[in-house]
Ligand binder design. Structure first.
Ligand code: PLP
Length: 446
C-alpha cells in the first residue's frame, strides 16, 4: 500500500480501497453515499473541490446545499478561526453577542412579526423543535405533511416524511395526514392546469381535514421539495392552503432547509412564492446558513415560541463558533447580492439545460428556479422514470469533472444546487459537462 501524503493528494488506489473497506465495516449500511467508488474530498475553493487523488471537480451540489456562498470563503474562515482562538463553546446558559446579532438578523429577514429565533445544530433538530412547538401550542399530535416530503431523520421528522424511501418506520409518535401538493408533473393531478391543480389540492386538504379526528396542529411543507427532486406545486398553492388552515387555527410550518437564503433567486425564502398568505407561523432553516458549519434554527411568533413552559436548551445550538461563521457568511451573501446572482446565473443555466435537453429523449423535464434546478430522467423515448439513468449520469458527470446530486420520488431526478456565487463561465462549464454525461448515458441506454 502506498503511503499517503499529508493532504492525501497522492493517495493510492489501494489506500482508497482500504478506506472504503473500513468505512463499510464500521458505518451503517443505510448511510447513503454516491458513486460505486465514493469520492474522498479533501479541500475546496470557490465553486471547486478536490479529491484525495488530486482530481478537481466543479461542485454543482454545493456540498449538499450547504456551501451557500463559496468553498473556503476567506471571510468565514477568518471569523471561525478568530472565534476558535478565543473560546470554542459556552452554551445557551450564557449571553452570546454573536447569537443575539445573528438572531436579530434572521428574525428581521424571516418576515415573521414579533419573531423569536431558536438555534439548533441541524435541519432535523429544527423541524423537531417546530413540531414540538406546534403540537404543544395546539395540544394535538396530528400533523399534515405533503406527499413526497423529506423533513429529517429523527423519530418525529421521519414520522412526517412522505418520501417512502426515506421513512423506514411507521411507528411515529405523531399522526400524520398526507396531502397532495409537492409533485406537480406526476401523479393523479398531472394533467391539470395550475389553477385546477391548486383547486384539487385544496379539495384534498379539506377532505383530509374532514377525516382528522379532533384538532390538527400544523401543516409542514417544503416550498420546493428538496430530496423529493426539486419539485413543487404552482406558486400560490401554499397561500390557498393557508386560507383553509386559518379557518381551523392550524399552524403553517415552512421547512426552508433547502429553499432559504436566496437559493431560489426570485425570493429570499421559498414561502415568498406564496406571499399572498403572508409569512408562515413557523419557519425552519439549516444547511446553507453556516456555509457547512452545523447550524439550523426555528423562527416563530413569540406566542408560539414561548408556549413551552418547561426549561429547554440545545447544548451546541447557537454556539459561538457556528454563529460567528454564520454571521460572516450571511453578511457576504447579502452584501454581494448572491440572491440576485442566483436569479441571473440560475436563469442562464436553466436555459442552457433546457436547450441541451431538447435534443435528448432521456430527459423528461427541466424544472426549478434560481440555483435549485432539477432534471428528470426517463427510459429513452418513454415516460417511465429511470433511477438507473440518474445513477449513470452522476458517474459520467464525475468523469467530466462535475459533481451533482440526485433524488426524487422515483430516484430519477438530477439535483443541481451550486454555491450561489456561481459565475456565468462556471455555469457554462457545468452545462457542457452535464451535456456530455447525458449524451454518453443516453447512447448506452438506447
Ligand atoms: N428538511 C429538509 C427540507 C431537508 O432537505 C433536510 C436534509 O436534507 C432536513 C430537513 C434535515 O436536515 P439535516 O440533515 O441537517 O438534519
Amino acid at each position: 500500500m502506498a503511503t499517503e501524503t499529508e493532504n492525501g493528494s497522492h493517495a493510492s488506489h489501494t489506500s482508497h480501497a482500504a478506506l472504503h473497506a473500513r468505512h463499510r465495516a464500521v458505518l451503517p449500511d443505510w448511510l447513503a453515499t454516491y458513486y460505486a467508488r465514493p469520492i474522498e474530498l479533501t479541500h475546496g475553493e470557490g465553486r471547486h473541490v478536490w479529491d484525495a487523488e488530486g482530481n478537481r471537480y466543479l461542485d454543482f451540489f454545493g456540498g449538499i446545499l450547504t456551501t451557500m456562498t463559496a468553498h473556503a470563503l476567506p471571510e468565514v474562515t477568518a471569523a471561525v478561526t478568530e472565534q476558535a482562538g478565543r473560546i470554542l463553546h459556552t452554551s445557551t446558559l450564557y449571553l452570546s453577542r454573536q447569537a443575539v446579532d445573528l438572531a436579530e438578523r434572521v428574525a428581521r429577514l424571516s418576515g415573521i412579526p414579533d419573531a423569536r429565533v431558536f438555534f439548533t445544530t441541524s435541519g432535523t433538530e429544527a423541524n423537531d423543535t417546530a413540531l414540538l412547538l406546534a403540537t404543544t401550542y395546539r395540544r394535538s399530535n396530528q400533523v399534515l405533511a405533503l406527499r413526497n416530503s423529506y423533513h429529517g431523520r429523527s423519530f418525529s421528522a421521519i414520522g412526517i416524511t412522505g418520501n417512502t424511501s426515506w421513512s423506514p418506520t411507521s411507528l411515529s409518535p405523531l399522526q400524520t395526514l398526507y396531502v397532495h401538493g409537492g409533485v406537480r408533473t406526476r401523479g393523479p393531478y398531472a394533467h391539470l392546469s395550475d389553477a385546477e391543480f391548486t383547486a384539487a389540492c385544496v379539495a384534498d386538504l379539506e377532505d383530509m381535514l374532514g377525516q382528522a379526528s379532533g384538532t390538527v396542529a400544523a401543516l409542514i411543507a417544503e416550498p420546493i421539495q428538496g430530496v423529493g427532486g426539486f419539485t413543487s406545486g404552482p406558486d400560490g398553492l401554499l397561500a390557498a392552503f393557508k386560507r383553509v388552515l386559518d379557518r381551523h387555527g392550524i399552524l403553517w410550518i415552512s421547512d426552508e432547509v433547502q429553499t432559504g437564503w436566496g437559493r431560489t433567486g426570485e425570493h429570499f425564502w421559498g414561502w415568498q412564492a406564496h406571499a399572498q398568505a403572508g409569512p408562515p407561523d413557523i419557519l425552519t432553516f439549516a444547511k446553507g446558513i453556516g456555509n457547512g458549519l452545523s447550524m439550523g434554527g426555528v423562527v416563530a411568533r413569540a406566542e408560539v415560541m414561548n408556549c413551552l413552559t418547561a426549561n429547554s436548551i440545545s447544548t451546541f445550538g447557537g454556539s459561538p463558533i457556528t454563529t460567528a461563521g454564520a454571521l460572516a457568511n450571511l453578511a457576504y451573501l447579502i452584501d454581494h447580492d448572491l440572491q440576485g446572482n442566483a436569479r441571473r446565473v440560475g436563469g442562464l443555466l436553466r436555459s442552457r439545460l433546457e436547450a441541451v435537453s431538447a435534443g435528448l429523449d432521456i430527459v423528461r423535464e427541466v424544472r426549478g428556479r434560481g440555483l435549485m434546478l432539477g432534471v428528470e430522467l426517463v427510459e429513452p423515448g418513454t415516460d417511465a422514470p429511470s433511477a438507473t439513468a440518474a445513477s449513470l449520469v452522476l458517474e459520467a458527470a464525475r468523469e467530466h469533472g462535475l459533481l451533482i446530486g440526485k433524488g426524487g420520488r422515483d430516484g430519477n431526478a438530477l439535483r443541481i444546487a451550486p454555491p450561489l456565487s456561481l459565475t456565468v463561465a462556471e455555469a457554462d462549464e457545468g452545462a457542457e459537462a452535464l451535456e456530455a454525461a447525458l449524451k454518453q448515458v443516453q447512447s448506452t441506454m438506447e
